[in-house]
Design a protein around this ligand. Structure first.
Ligand code: FMN
Length: 148
């Protein structure tokens, strides 16, 4: 069974809720998922290289991703993530810079095989958010299947 790791940064848990729905979508598509906050990741000793997909999320504050996700993206330099499936998501209010910045870093710096684009939602609970987030997870799972 392919494995996915989701790591997120959040302040009021909207991004966590979106991540949990992305996890559901991945699981529906037969992927084994581990979901952790950045703080939990730091405590666990999980190795991202042990996963087939890495999905990262951060809320946007003051036009930026949250500081723990910035630090986490630097930390990833110690791992070889090239060719792994990837996606990026986050809750936002109006401008939503974080998911796009994370997405580009995963694609350009870590040379990951990314889904079509970042997932930006104002809330997991609004406007078809559940379906969109679950669908995003399924889309990432599709990359794994096509990778064989
Ligand atoms: C002080 C403050 C600054 C914010 N700055 C932005 C911003 O620059 N752009 C944006 O799209 N949303 C901004 N937001 C909205 C948050 O991204 C939004 O509330 C989001 O749902 C929070 O997600 P979280 O629960 O995962 O922390 C801001 C919210 C607060 C309270």
């Amino acid at each position: 069974m392919p494995k996915a790791l989701i790591v997120y940064a959040t302040r009021t848990n909207q991004t966590k809720s979106i991540g949990e729905l992305v996890a559901e979508g991945l699981r529906m598509a037969g992927v084994d998922v581990r979901i952790l906050s950045v703080q939990e990741f730091d405590k666990t000793g999980v190795n991202p290289e042990d996963f087939d997909a890495l999905v990262l999320g951060s809320a946007t504050y003051h036009g930026e991703m949250m500081q723990p996700m910035k630090t986490f993206l630097f930390k990833l330099e110690q791992y070889n993530l090239e060719g792994k499936a990837g996606g990026a998501f986050g809750a936002f209010g109006w401008s939503g810079e974080a998911p796009g910045r994370i997405f580009d870093t995963m694609k350009i710096i870590y040379k990951m095989k990314m889904v079509g684009g970042p997932l930006m939602l104002k809330s997991a609970a609004l406007g078809g958010g559940v379906q969109m987030a679950q669908g995003y997870g399924k889309e990432i799972a599709g990359l794994l299947n096509s990778a064989g």
